[in-house]
Design a protein around this ligand. Structure first.
Ligand code: NAD
Length: 253
């Protein structure tokens, strides 16, 4: 085990799958005790079990919908109640709808905003007071939060909101010793992206190697995003706050 997060307590939302799962596992390898939160309860349990197999008692799973205030409060209470504090919050749970304004109904717009945006507000609302020794918050934005993207109106709006909320949060809580940054992945090989390729009727191999969007000729891995999140979560980034870190193999460039 390395020790970049030794003695730290971390919350990871969307920890059942993809980027969240890889990050929860990496945080634990680096010494953190981890609350794995996800609306997919059994999936969160699986991630926590994998951590506990290696380090008994280092993880706990919570089934939570991050768009719900009561659930968000319960996730934070689990961290403080089970592990005695909170130092790192990774607001990562998210959903995408691949539609234009013409196909998108109001309920779907509201759902994307609730899961991707309201969740960041709610989790911070409850987590910041619990970070009594200071802390680090990392929010998952997206390359599409920094530029436009086709056929994903609500998602692009939601991720742009996450990027700018990150800056506002960073300013508001800097004097409390809390840093807030966003990590902005490009296409990353997770169940979300494979599902998108399926929905668009695209062959995965062709989709994942699309030259225009991917100078490196491949999608990223969840572990590559997790390592960037670890940098932002730990003391190696002690003077970094309000930033938008792009991890996309050169896609935005
Ligand atoms: P994923 O689908 O593998 O994982 C997302 C997780 O979030 C799932 O476990 C899901 O159950 C959980 N989740 C969804 N709604 C929830 C809710 N209401 N409450 C709690 N948990 C909920 O996807 P991923 O690719 O790992 O995505 C993680 C984050 O990365 C998302 O915010 C996504 O928008 C962002 N992102 C992904 C990519 C990519 O290419 N995969 C690119 C840029 C940004």
């Amino acid at each position: 085990m390395n020790a970049q997060l030794k003695g730290k307590v971390a919350i990871v939302t969307g920890g059942a799958s993809g980027i969240g799962r890889a990050t929860a596992l990496l945080f634990a390898e680096e010494g953190a005790r981890v609350v794995v939160a996800d609306v997919d309860g059994p999936g969160a349990e699986r991630t926590a079990a994998r951590i506990n197999d290696a380090r008994p008692g280092a993880a706990v799973a919570v089934r939570a919908d991050v768009s719900d205030p009561g659930d968000c409060r319960r996730v934070v209470d689990t961290a403080t109640g089970t592990f005695g504090g909170l130092h790192v919050l990774f607001n990562n749970a998210g959903i995408i709808r691949r539609t234009t304004a013409l196909d998108l109904d109001v309920e779907e717009w509201d759902r994307v905003m609730a899961v991707n945006v309201r969740s960041v507000f709610l989790m911070c609302k409850y987590a910041v007071p619990a970070m009594t020794e200071g802390g680090s918050i990392v929010n998952t934005g997206s390359g599409w939060g920094l530029k436009g993207g086709g056929n994903a109106l609500s998602y692009c709006a939601s991720k742009a909101a996450v990027v700018n909320m990150t800056r506002a949060l960073a300013i508001d809580h800097a004097r409390a010793g809390i840093r807030v940054n966003s990590v902005n992945p490009g296409d990353t090989d997770t169940p979300m992206l494979r599902d998108e390729a399926r929905q668009l009727g695209e062959d995965w191999t062709a989709f994942a190697t699309d030259a225009a969007d991917r100078p490196m000729g491949r999608a990223g891995t969840p572990e590559e995003i997790a390592r960037a999140v670890l940098f932002l979560a730990g003391d190696a980034s002690s003077y970094v706050t309000g930033s938008a870190l792009v991890v996309d193999g050169g896609g935005l460039a």
